[in-house]
Design a protein. Sequence first.
Length: 357
Amino acid sequence: MNDNLNRVRKAMDAQGVSAMLVSDIGNLQWLTGFTGSSGLGVVTDSQTVFLTDSRYTLQAQQEVVGFEVITFGSPKTLNMVLAEELSGRQINRIGFEPSCSYTTYEGWRKEAPGVDFEPKPDLLPPLRMIKTSEEIAKIRAACNLADACFDHVLRMIQPGVSEYDIALDIEFFIRRQGAALAFDVIAVSGPNSAKPHGKPSEKKLESGDFLTLDFGARLDGYNSDITRTVVVGQASDRHKMIYNRVLESQMAAIDALKPGANGKEVDLLVRSILDKDNLSQYFGHGLGHGLGRAVHDYGGLSQTKDQPIEPGQVWTVEPGVYIPGFGGVRIEDDIVVTESGCEILTTSPKHLLELGA
């Protein structure tokens, strides 16, 4: 049984789409259960076919649910096999995901000149945003691993340890648990912590540094994404003021993320709290993003986008303040929206930690 396939067919019927070509690998994995990196899916009201090359023959047969699996080898190409299947199934009009490259789109048209390819950008993304209970359980497991990793790495935080060594320890811990990194680890300290996506360096931690750690685990195809900021040594009044204002804004945002809310309004709420200390000028990115099979899954929380909040959505909530020459604070949790509010999936401590004094 493939519940996601049933949801796609209902969406196709609602939008009058008789056939749909699924090419985005994240959507394809979500729809079929496939964990490989190359393939196409074709869905109609009565037929489903999954196409991939011979590298994945056994894997596709074992993983793909609800689709006829067709594999091929050289000299055939994926586009050639797609054209053959569309012709054999008498499909002359098909929706596609316009997230594909222009070269890919032209390749389909060249191999299947009699087929009308129609962009359907809004068919699958809304479905991906509402997670099933099984998906939420997998995200929760990835979050539990991230929490365990944060607890593990705290012992390393002291003056003289390099950002790079801390990042390596985080990576080793996650991989040793049988997971993969959701993205490259961010471990930045002192002035470097004012770079939201800074890269770890050989810089050694010093007393008086903010240290920001942003990392996540990919487990069973689903991701976590957590950020914690600590102070190396003793926190100054300025450290405490910045940190506590970011924490206040983050907790207010989490409290506000409930069904019926709008992500735009929640983002603006955060900025109003930061402005109590004139800090919103140092918060340049959005409040959060969707999380699931992709680290940056569909949807976003920002001041520029209306985003209705609905049960089953999973969001990161990550306000930050980044002051050039001094440092930055970001506090990020992963939450799932419930019928009455939200559940916080990442549970690492958020009070200001002063470490390595």
